[in-house]
Structures are given as C-alpha cells and as structure tokens.
Design a protein around this ligand. Structure first.
Ligand code: AR6
Length: 200
C-alpha cells in the first residue's frame, strides 16, 4: 500500500504539469459545452468518460490510451467491477490521469442510437450522483465499433443537451473530445469530426 501511494503520488504530480484545465478550454455555442481537439488523457476534468468494452479490462483506442495513462491500478479496480453492459456506466478512480475519476461506458457495436444515448445519459447520471461537475466524452463507438460518425454525433449531442437542460444546476461543463490521430493532417481530422463539430 505504501508503495502504491508513493507510485501514484509521483506520477500524479508529473501528469498535472502537462494537463489542460477546463477553464482554459473555450465554450462552444453554450457556456456549458466545449469541444477539445486532442487526447482525452490530458484533460483535468472531474471525470473522463471511457469508451470501454463489456469486460472493462482494457482494449485499444481511447480505452487503451486511458488505461495506459492511468497506470496498472486502474485495471486492478476495473477487475472488481464485474464488467459493464452496453449502455451502462461504471466509475473508478483516475489514478495517474489528470482527471479525478474515469467513467467507463460501453457503446453499441452497430448503429443503435438509443443504446448510444443511454451511454451518455448513464455517464452523466453517475457524474451527478457523485456530485462531480465536469466531464469529457470521447466520440463513443465511432472508432473500433464503427458507429457512423454523423449519426453518433446526433445521438450524443441530443442526449447531452437534453440532460443539461434537465439538470442545469448540477453540471458545469461537458467537453466533447475529438481525437487527432497521429500522423494525419488537421484537415483530415476536421472532416472526420465534422459531424460532431456541426451538431454540437
Ligand atoms: N483521446 C480521445 N479520443 C480518442 C483517443 C484519445 N486518446 N483515442 C481514440 N480516440 P474507440 P469504440 C477516439 O475505437 O469505437 C476498445 O478496444 C477515436 O478516434 O476508442 O467505442 C474498447 O476496449 C474515436 O473517435 O472506441 C472496445 O473494445 C473514439 O475515440 C472498443 O475499442 C472512439 O473510438 C470500443 O470501440
């Protein structure tokens, strides 16, 4: 336990130096919604959502990035959760991540907008139930799971807007994190995420 504490403390200090704070990110159209183009593992939000799989034991894409940056104790905690069904959300610590918590949700593998909306709704519900006020979302299901980007953008933004409207006092900021894959040009990313940028 002492070793674990020391490990986490030293790494958390290093992480904090490179992180992006919510106050530094501009809002998009409303004061409670932002777009951040970059790596979700750099965001110092109360909670980062993770596009996980139902085992919750890690994987590729954003899940791999989150587990990689959080360090091995995240996996240890995830192993105690008994998995997670599509549309559900479960919370863990953020460990070495600059965010305080990670909220793991499992998106649908096919184009089921209602299931995707459930991911956003349940993640926000977990956030609010823990009295946390800021959250970053990756574009759930639109990578390895192959959910069409425009349709995903529509479901995500519809659900987040609706939740914010109904729970205005509980949440300070929702950040849509659009990822810039390495080795590709900025314009290519803009195109890929155009749906999100327009819908939000
Ligand atoms: N920061 C922000 N967004 C990212 C990052 C990052 N570091 N890395 C990727 N993205 P995906 P899914 C974007 O494939 O489609 C895993 O193996 C990416 O560009 O991560 O829900 C899980 O274990 C895309 O826009 O998640 C599951 O098995 C978005 O995140 C499966 O993949 C989601 O892409 C889940 O697939």
């Amino acid at each position: 336990e002492v070793e674990k504490d020391k490990y986490l403390r030293i790494n958390a200090e290093t992480k904090r130096k490179n992180c992006v704070k919510v106050g530094d990110i501009l809002t998009w159209k409303t004061e409670k919604i932002s777009i951040f183009e970059g790596n979700i593992t750099n965001l110092a939000v109360d909670a980062s959502a993770n596009a996980a799989n139902s085992s919750l034991l890690g994987g590729g894409g954003v899940d791999g990035a989150i587990h990689g940056a959080a360090g091995p104790f995240l996996n240890e905690e995830c192993r105690t959760l008994g998995g997670c069904q599509v549309g559900e959300a479960k919370i863990t610590g953020g460990y070495q991540l600059p965010c305080r918590y990670a909220i793991h949700t499992v998106g649908p593998k096919e184009e089921y907008p209602e299931k995707l909306k459930k991911c956003y709704r349940n993640s926000l519900e977990v956030l609010v139930s823990k009295k946390l006020r800021t959250i970053a979302f990756p574009c759930i299901s639109t990578g390895i799971y192959g959910f069409p980007i425009l349709s995903a953008a529509h479901a995500a933004t519809y659900q987040v807007r609706k939740y914010l409207k109904d729970n205005t006092d509980q949440i300070d900021r929702v950040i849509f994190c659009l990822f810039m894959d390495e080795g590709k040009t900025f314009n290519a990313h803009r195109d890929k995420h155009k749906g999100y940028l327009e819908e939000i």
